[in-house]
Ligand binder design. Structure first.
Ligand SMILES: Cc1cc2nc3c(=O)[nH]c(=O)nc-3n(C[C@H](O)[C@H](O)[C@H](O)COP(=O)(O)OP(=O)(O)OC[C@H]3O[C@@H](n4cnc5c(N)ncnc54)[C@H](O)[C@@H]3O)c2cc1C
Length: 223
């Protein structure tokens, strides 16, 4: 069993280009392409958002790849307007060499390491992995094996969404109301979007009390 931290990889994008392309798309409505200047996108995008003219934001998408726990992707995949490719617990047999004959587990960010609760959780994960490997050894199918896997199991997902949907997802999922493992990964993503595309994400609030030292690592995925 290997305990790992979650990671978010963001496919390389150019925030300025995204905002300028959105402006060009929007100006089709008013045939005002001739008024485009270096920074005219700023006012235009703010106005679109303020007036609810948000279909404009659907013209550009961003893709991320996450190493996360199954609970995280179970919640995330409820968002029907995003697109997902999830590591399949029906095809991946973690008892095989390809997976180093072990199950990778995401460390819970909200159970203190070394505490009594943590130790109970840790022993449950160990027992689960032992049973998984034993069943695999005895020829269990992957469909049978996956019945053992808990929410803490690490998995990879690739997710794409347009800017309108990202705004919606991040508004919902970075609030205090959501599970800590979601906030752990999506708050740093929101902060990156805010930095790169302030006109598009400035108005989205998040749980500012979430401990920064628990944020997932965020990396850029080059083409
Ligand atoms: C704090 C929190 C707690 C939750 N708890 C639970 C829970 O206990 N149980 C549970 O089952 N789920 C729960 N959910 C999931 C939640 O109900 C939604 O399924 C999930 O957040 C997806 O959001 P959405 O439907 O707004 O967005 P998306 O699927 O991302 O869709 C985006 C928007 O498109 C529109 N849209 C999409 N599909 C339709 C449609 N068929 N008809 C009309 N409009 C549509 C809506 O305006 C929607 O907001 C919870 C979510 C949060 C954030």
């Amino acid at each position: 069993m290997e305990l790992i931290d979650p990671v978010i990889y963001v496919e390389k994008y150019d925030g300025l280009k995204i905002m300028k392309r959105l402006e060009r798309a929007c100006r089709t409505c008013y045939r005002s392409e001739g008024t485009i200047t270096d920074d005219s996108y700023k006012k235009l995008i703010k106005n679109c958002i303020a007036r609810g003219h948000e279909s404009v934001l659907e013209h550009e998408k961003i893709t991320i790849r996450c190493i996360c726990d199954i609970g995280f992707y179970k919640d995330l995949t409820r968002h029907r307007l995003a697109s997902f490719s999830n590591e399949s617990t029906r095809y991946c047999n973690y008892g095989k060499d390809k997976f180093d004959n072990e199950i990778k587990i995401i460390k819970p960010c909200h159970i203190d390491e070394g505490s009594e609760l943590y130790n109970i959780w840790y022993h449950a994960m160990e027992a689960m992995e032992k049973a998984y490997l034993e069943m695999s050894e005895k020829g269990a199918t992957v469909d049978q094996l996956r019945m053992l896997l808990p929410h803490s199991t690490a998995a990879e997902i690739t997710m794409s969404a347009n800017i309108r949907e990202w705004r919606h997802i991040l508004r919902l999922r970075c609030s205090k109301m959501t599970h800590p493992s979601i906030r752990q990964s999506l708050i740093p993503l929101l902060l990156k979007f805010k930095e790169d595309m302030p006109e598009l994400f400035d108005d989205i609030s998040y749980d500012e009390d979430f401990p920064k030292d628990k944020y997932s690592k965020l990396l850029t995925l080059e083409d």
